[in-house]
Design a protein around this ligand. Structure first.
Ligand code: HEC
Length: 242
């Protein structure tokens, strides 16, 4: 080959190579098996001195509570570790406990302020069910309960599973129009349309794939439990069942 063409040939090969990587992206999550994960119920920790909550009734901090604080309070520009408006950070257990009194929701500022000034008007508000869940967690001792596989991965219709996963983990930033970066995931049709048009990006984002920039990994900073990611991927693969 004429040496003159070498750089351009390399460039073309490089671009083709990039294309190949993009193609691989959809299988990036090969590490996660889509086989059914049996539901493993918490708790991992038991309230000190108190009556242990019944297994199925324990609220998991990592999978149930933290996502709500991250999504509805911890967005960039608000109470994330980098922006911390008014010194408030709501993206990890230690900081959230600055505003929570275990077993006393009435004296828990980060509970009483919800939908009472926070999130500010114009931002997505928490639902009654989400607020009730936070109260229940406080009533159970506001423990740092860490759960692993708390979902039933045989359940992946929009109504039974996906709607709630998206509301709890994405709703604060993508639950009202137009949504962060114009990604609106607040209803079935919009979510389906967005994912259909951006499938690889979406799957990579929820898998915190390193092929994306740190800013694009969703939810920001706190990856969802594998079993929830599996539910979403099954929903996509099975044609978005309602
Ligand atoms: C705390 C706020 C917040 C939460 C929670 C959140 N996002 Fe995002 N999302 C953002 C921001 C901000 C951007 C824009 C990021 C950037 O600048 O590239 C974004 C961008 C995206 C993008 C587009 C990425 C791109 O580069 O085009 C997708 C897809 C997305 N989010 C999906 C989700 C999903 C799915 C969830 C829930 C599992 C979620 N997000 C949770 C704030 C959030």
């Amino acid at each position: 080959m004429n040496k003159r063409y070498l750089p351009i040939t390399l460039l073309i090969l490089f671009i083709l190579g990039l294309g190949a990587c993009q193609h691989d992206i959809i299988t990036i999550n090969a590490g996660i098996s889509l086989d059914t994960i049996l539901v493993v119920k918490p708790p991992i920790t038991t309230p000190a001195g108190g009556t242990p909550a019944t297994l199925s009734d324990t609220v998991c901090f990592n999978s149930d509570i933290l996502p709500l604080y991250v999504s509805y309070c911890g967005s960039a520009g608000c109470h994330s570790a980098s922006s911390h408006k008014e010194g408030v950070i709501t993206t990890d257990y230690g900081h959230i406990m600055n505003g929570i009194k275990a077993n006393n929701s009435k004296s828990s500022k980060y509970y009483t302020i919800i939908n009472n000034g926070m999130p500010p008007r114009g931002s997505a508000a928490m639902s009654t069910a989400q607020i009730a869940l936070i109260k229940k967690w406080i009533d159970q001792g506001a423990l740092n309960t860490q759960c692993t596989n708390v979902c039933d991965t045989t359940s992946f219709t929009y109504a039974a599973a996906i709607q709630t996963i998206l509301a709890n983990n994405c709703g604060g930033c993508h639950g009202t129009q137009p949504g962060s970066l114009n990604v609106y995931l607040g209803d079935y049709a919009s979510t389906k349309a967005y994912i259909t048009a951006n499938k690889a990006l979406f799957i990579n984002a929820i898998n915190h794939s390193t092929t994306l920039t740190a800013l694009q990994r969703m939810p920001p900073s706190n990856k969802m439990l594998d079993c929830k990611i599996i539910q979403i991927q099954k929903w996509i693969q099975n044609g978005y069942p309602q």
